[in-house]
Design a protein around this ligand. Structure first.
Ligand code: CMC
Length: 431
């Protein structure tokens, strides 16, 4: 069968290039235009990679028009309802849901790596007491390379796997240490008799003076938050991981880069920004005034937690998390109710406003995740840290997939240069 193609012609010269059309399992077809430079001497221009498929991947599928998110083919709502975070980790990393035996083995492997080297624990003392926990996370994850030398050969699949497991296992410990340092609390060691989420909670909230009591509703809510944030195909932080990894950097360094990218308010920092915005709005009566400011480009304000580069209908994660938010507030913390009421009213008004409708701006996952994390007693500046814990598996899965490609090439985008034309150096006295 003949391959479908797109033909591009340079109208200046009449030269033509025939580009194959590639089709995936789902999603729009992709034009393979990598011969464009060699054939026509041109680059493509796609700032912010709005229409660029940067890689081939089998991990996660997002259909922004229809609000679909699949991990390895499984719909996110089924995984959120029926699976656990660690099972989702296995699925993302290895491509299939595990058998009981595989899951036991995987869990044991994760447990083996939950502790942090004591030398790394001391790193925290070097941070200023008021440091943002995301800055600690970037620093400590970056420093893992100076402690775990036994799996540094990225060409060795066994080393790659061990580094991936280490990252998934240690991120909760590193995150909880950042929190405890911030609060002036003693570090709490991981407990391998607990599930991944319970362990994260106890490392953050247990104190040596009294037993820590788990709340099932809270654990389930956090488990779902982690599942929903586990991967999201080629977003900014994941693309950072792939770009850094393409230079054959170790995954500890790549993930430190991913965490730094996630921190921005247009990406993972949005959950924190949403709560700050809701606090600023203060009362539902102030919403119309804020809506006007969100719409006014001169104000430079955006309705945080609204809009998405890919989802132009609704964010399927938001649908799931909205429901959990309702349940959690009903069962746990009435104190957060006023904030939630502002959020609901804001959502109602924005969804019926022409500006947001026209631009297909809908609530994204972060519009609600912040309210959940706050209800669980997690402080604002830890929100993006929790996102980073959840996304680590996505980052390492994408990195492993890239490393398994038969030929890894360093990523090297090109540019449209619009600076000064070539000119001669002018001595200072003559300028
Ligand atoms: N509030 C007000 N206007 C908005 C918003 C918003 N939240 N988002 C987009 N717009 C407007 C924007 O001004 C532009 O208007 P116009 O066409 O008149 O110039 C139009 O919508 C398209 O915006 P864009 O910036 O070109 O869209 P994008 O795809 O580049 O940006 C986004 C996507 C998520 C960065 C953006 O919608 C945004 O800044 N949202 C708020 C931050 C946020 O919630 N981020 C979390 C994203 S989900 C989690 C994650 O990915 O980590």
């Amino acid at each position: 069968m003949s391959q479908e193609t797109v033909t591009m012609t340079d109208n200046r010269t009449g030269k033509t290039i025939v580009c194959p059309i590639l089709t995936g399992t789902h999603g729009p077809p992709v034009v393979d235009c990598h011969g464009l430079y060699s054939e026509l001497g041109m680059f493509t221009f796609d700032p912010a990679y709005v229409t660029t498929a940067s890689c081939e991947s089998t991990i996660t599928f997002v259909d922004g028009e229809n609000g679909i998110l699949l991990y390895r083919g499984y719909p996110i709502d089924q995984l959120a309802e029926k699976s656990s975070y660690l099972e989702v980790c296995y699925l993302l990393l290895y491509g299939e849901l595990p058998t009981t035996e595989q899951m036991d083995h995987f869990t044991a492997n994760i447990h083996q790596h939950t502790l942090l080297n004591e030398g790394l624990q001391r790193f925290y003392n070097g941070f200023r007491h008021s440091a943002h926990p995301m800055s600690m996370l970037v620093g400590v994850v970056g420093a893992l390379s100076s402690y775990y030398y036994d799996a540094m050969d990225i060409q060795n699949p066994e080393h790659r796997n061990r580094s991936a497991l280490r990252l998934i296992a240690k991120l909760p410990t590193i995150a909880a240490n950042s929190y405890n340092y911030l609060m002036g609390h003693p570090y709490v060691y991981p407990r391998n008799d607990l599930g991944y989420v319970e362990n994260l909670m106890q490392m953050m909230f247990a104190v040596p003076t009294q037993p820590y009591e788990f709340n099932e509703t809270a654990i389930k809510a956090l488990e779902v938050v982690l599942i929903l944030h586990a991967d999201h195909e080629q977003n900014a932080s994941t693309s950072t991981i792939r770009l850094a990894g393409s230079s054959q950097a170790h995954p500890f360094s790549c993930v430190a880069g991913g965490i730094a990218t996630l921190w921005g308010p247009a990406h993972g920092g949005a959950n924190e920004a949403v709560i700050r915005m809701l606090q600023q709005i203060e009362h539902p009566k102030n919403i119309p005034d804020y809506i006007a400011r969100f719409k006014d480009k001169k104000s430079n304000l955006r309705l945080m937690g609204f809009g998405h580069r890919v989802y132009k209908n609704y964010d399927p994660r938001a649908k799931i998390i909205r429901e959990i938010c309702h349940q959690l507030l009903k069962e746990l913390d009435a104190q957060q109710q006023p904030l939630f009421e502002i959020a609901m009213e804001l959502e109602r008004i924005a969804l019926s406003d022409e500006y947001f409708i026209e631009r297909k701006l809908y609530p994204n996952v972060d519009f609600y995740s912040g309210i959940i994390l706050r209800t669980l007693g997690i402080p604002l500046n830890m929100f993006t840290v929790i996102f980073a814990v959840a996304r680590t598996v996505g980052w390492v899965s994408q990195w492993m997939e890239m490393m398994n490609e038969p030929q890894l090439r360093i990523a090297r985008p090109r540019q449209l240069y619009t600076g000064a034309a070539e000119r001669d150096y002018v001595p200072m006295a003559e300028r």
